[in-house]
Structure formats: C-alpha cells, structure tokens
Ligand binder design. Structure first.
Ligand SMILES: [Zn+2]
Ligand SMILES: [Zn+2]
Length: 227
C-alpha cells in the first residue's frame, strides 16, 4: 500500500520516497568545497589547487590520524536544528533518510571500508539515555551499504566534557585515555559520527585504531561545523 508522506520541513506531500520533498532536499546545506582530510568547509578564495587536494590550515600544519572525511552537510540551518532533536525517540526516523543522503553523497569511486565503527558513548551515558544515535546511524548505513557494524571494537571508558567549549590543551586532556580499542584484524574502517565539531574525538579514536594495526581510517559524518 502506498502511504503518502508529507515533507517534514514544508508539510506539503513529499514527491519521493523520503520524508523530505525534493525542493526542501535541494535547499539543505549540502557540503560543497571542503578540506579533503577533515571536511572543514573551505571558502572559494582558498581553492588554489584542485578541489581533491584542498587542505585546511590545521591539516597542513598537523595532519590528523584519519585519512579522509566525508560530511554530507555543513552544520547549518535546518540540519543544526534537526540533529539535536534525534535524541528523542519520536524523531529517530530522521536517521533513515539522513543515512540515505550520506550514502548518496559518498564518491562513486570510493573504496568501501570493511566495517563501520560508531563513535561510542560511555556506559554511564548509555544507562542515562538508553540510546546511542551514532550506533543507530551506523546500523542504517549498514543496511543501505551491506557493510558490517562493529559496536564493540571501540569503547568509551568515561564521560568527557563537550569538546567545543574547550581550548586545545583542555581538549587533549579531556580525551586522554577516554577510549579503548580491542585487538582486531581489520585493515580499513570508517568511523561514523553524527556531527563533527573540532575533529578531536574522531582523531583520538583514529590514533588508537592505527596502533592496533589498522592501515586506513576514514570518517563519515552527517554534518561538519564550519569554524
Ligand atoms: Zn518540503
Ligand atoms: Zn582539514
């Protein structure tokens, strides 16, 4: 049976199989030019080399441990209003169409990872919220791409403060020994996160993953905050 969906943004009947109509979909803040390492949005002025090789100042000065980041959107309106809402149970259906957007934005020639690794939350936080939306996002991606998710490879030992409000030194201290990685035989993995703010969290996880012998760590996120 065909169920008519209305667009979550404009309330008009959706003209496709998603919960967003094609007009509103087009108006979303899709990521354009960005640093090929950390997906930081780059201004046109900075595009002196080919887009493929564009790097932000931070990644030139101190390259991260991960190889490349794919962000579907810039963390601007209405994505920045929508993603925080997904924490509530009724809004979780958004992860399905958002995951679909993410897969459609991946380059066609991309070498796929062996496994998807969601950014973990601490046991304490899991008890409090009962839910990790990054695990849910990874599970949606897994169904769409037929790639396994490993929820056990990386665990978080303790709660950390939100990275965005800390300076560089505090950020490092905040993440110190926060993550633990199991021994494994993977070679190429992708870390999954909903929003990448400073990149320090995924970088810390990537550092631990490389130590266990993984050769290549990619990062896939729904949205990247512009600085
Ligand atoms: Zn619409
Ligand atoms: Zn960068």
């Amino acid at each position: 049976m065909f169920i008519e969906r209305s667009c979550i943004f404009c309330d008009l009947p959706s003209d496709n199989h998603l919960d967003v109509c094609s007009h509103c979909l087009q108006d979303l803040p899709w990521q354009g030019n960005a640093c090929s390492k950390c997906a930081l949005p780059l201004s046109i002025v900075m595009e002196t080399t080919t887009i493929k090789q564009a790097l932000c100042k931070n990644c030139i000065e101190l390259p991260p441990f991960f190889q490349q980041t794919f962000a579907t959107f810039n963390y601007n309106f209405p994505i920045d209003a929508l993603i925080p809402k997904i924490k509530s149970e009724k809004q979780r259906f958004h992860l399905h169409w958002l995951a679909l957007c993410l897969t459609e934005k991946l380059p066609a020639c991309l070498k796929m990872p062996e496994v998807l690794i969601p950014v973990p939350i601490s046991k304490k936080k899991m008890l409090r919220t009962g839910y990790n939306q990054t695990e849910q996002l990874a599970s949606e991606l897994s169904k769409l791409l037929n790639i396994e998710v490993d929820n056990r490879l990386v665990s978080k030992n303790r709660d950390t403060r939100a990275q965005a409000n800390l300076n560089a030194k505090q950020r490092k201290r905040n993440l110190l020994d926060a993550f633990e990685v199991q021994e494994n035989n993977y070679r190429h993995i992708a870390i999954i996160d909903d929003v990448m703010t400073t990149g320090a969290t995924v970088n810390e996880i990537a550092k631990h993953l490389l130590i266990t012998g993984i050769c290549k760590v990619d990062v896939w996120v729904l949205a990247r905050t512009p600085l």
